[in-house]
Ligand binder design. Structure first.
Ligand code: SF4
Length: 98
């Protein structure tokens, strides 16, 4: 049997690997921190001065553990962030590029 490799497959695969989870508006002033307890790579950051948590897009391994424990449903896979909070994808990235 012959298997053909799609010329688009490498691009799709790379995009999947580049994806991260994103913390959005409901986290603001809540900062429950349940996500910190379950993240296996400790890629969720904040400071006392920050109003929310942020996920490091290069460190997140896309495991999804944080999404289900967030009591305010603030965490989404990058490709599933609701339209009204799409800007939080860039906000999370920008936090680490100060
Ligand atoms: Fe951490 Fe997994 Fe959530 Fe990424 S998806 S922030 S690795 S718990």
């Amino acid at each position: 049997m012959i298997h053909f490799i799609s010329p688009t497959r490498p691009l799709l695969w790379r995009n999947r690997l580049d994806m991260a989870y994103v913390i959005t508006e409901p986290c603001i002033d809540v900062k429950d921190a349940s996500c910190l307890d379950v993240c296996p790579v400790d890629c969720i950051y904040t400071t006392d001065a920050d109003k929310m948590y942020f996920i490091h897009p290069d460190e997140c391994i896309d495991c999804g553990a944080c999404e289900s424990v967030c009591p305010v449903s603030a965490i989404f896979p990058e490709d599933a962030v609701p339209d009204k909070w799409k800007n939080y994808t860039e906000i999370n990235k920008a936090y680490f590029n100060k």
